[in-house]
Write a protein that binds this ligand. Structure first.
Ligand code: F6R
Length: 264
């Protein structure tokens, strides 16, 4: 697991976008695994800028999103579908047919989960998966205790997850109780994974992910089993990791920032 330590949210977003833009240019029909939430918004802004200024093209790109809330329709402003349309897809040249997000109003969720797994495998798997992390260590919506063998499935959201996400809703009552998410084994099949972590609220969980062993009670620790993971984390998120450990990351940052540069 490589760890790229950056100053702040802005630097994290630029670095992540540089990596994604590089992927899109290297393999024009890449399958990108995408996330929603506050952490990735800056990355998407940078990708839009890069698309407009440098003509980076998404014409042949396919995307698969990690998750969607259950019980709300695609055009609901709080759906992850709308989030993606607003924050990225409507502003780049992606073919709408190449966008894949689980459907939150499916009549049969088991069927929808199976269908989603098939979509991913028919595409040949995810080339680069972007992740955020929950304060409880979730990736996608795989809450603590989720089996590492899990595939796409329906989950009941933890109270801490609903509380963390209520900022996007009018009140906690509106935050859905369930979601459909790629499973942990689905995520782990991605060829490469980029986890973004920013801010003080993530410091405690990031320290655990870095220093503790691999355990289903902290889902993100599974990433230590993956051969190609990079975490980009800012100073606030890394504030509980001791300085000696942080010095071990210097080389990772140098390598990453020499390789992935956004031309703007
Ligand atoms: C979103 C997702 C979640 C978020 C995580 C962090 O698609 O799968 O795992 O990445 O909850 O959310 P933010 O970035 O809002 O702190």
């Amino acid at each position: 697991m490589k760890i790229v330590a950056v100053k702040d949210f802005a630097e994290m977003s630029k670095m992540a976008a540089a990596k994604i833009s590089h992927q899109v240019k290297e393999k024009q029909n890449s399958v990108l695994g995408l996330a929603t939430g506050g952490t990735v918004v800056g990355t998407y802004e940078e990708l839009i800028k890069d698309h407009k200024q440098n003509q980076t093209s998404y014409e042949e790109i396919h995307t698969v999103n990690l998750d969607e809330y259950l019980g709300i329709d695609k055009d609901n402003p709080n759906s992850y579908h709308q989030f993606m349309m607003e924050n990225l897809f409507s502003q780049i040249n992606i073919n709408p047919e190449n966008i894949h997000i689980p459907y939150g109003l499916a009549t049969d969720y088991e069927e929808e989960s199976k269908k989603y797994e098939k979509v991913i495998s028919d595409l040949g798997g995810v080339d680069l998966q972007l992740l955020g992390i929950g304060v409880n260590g979730h990736i996608g919506f795989n809450e603590p205790g989720t089996s590492f063998d899990s595939v796409t499935h329906v989950v009941e959201l933890e109270e801490s997850t609903r509380q963390a996400n209520k900022r996007f809703f009018n009140s906690i009552d509106e935050v859905p109780t369930h979601a459909i998410t790629m499973g942990i084994s689905t995520i782990m099949k991605s060829k490469e994974i980029l986890l973004l972590v920013s801010g003080k609220t993530k410091a405690e969980i990031l320290e655990k992910v870095i220093n503790e062993g691999i355990t289903e009670t902290i889902p993100a620790t599974v990433l230590k089993n993956h051969p190609n993971v990079t975490i980009i984390a800012d100073e606030e998120a890394l504030s509980l990791v001791d300085d000696e450990k942080k010095r071990e990351f210097d080389q990772d940052k140098e390598e990453f920032s020499n390789k992935y540069i956004l031309a703007n």
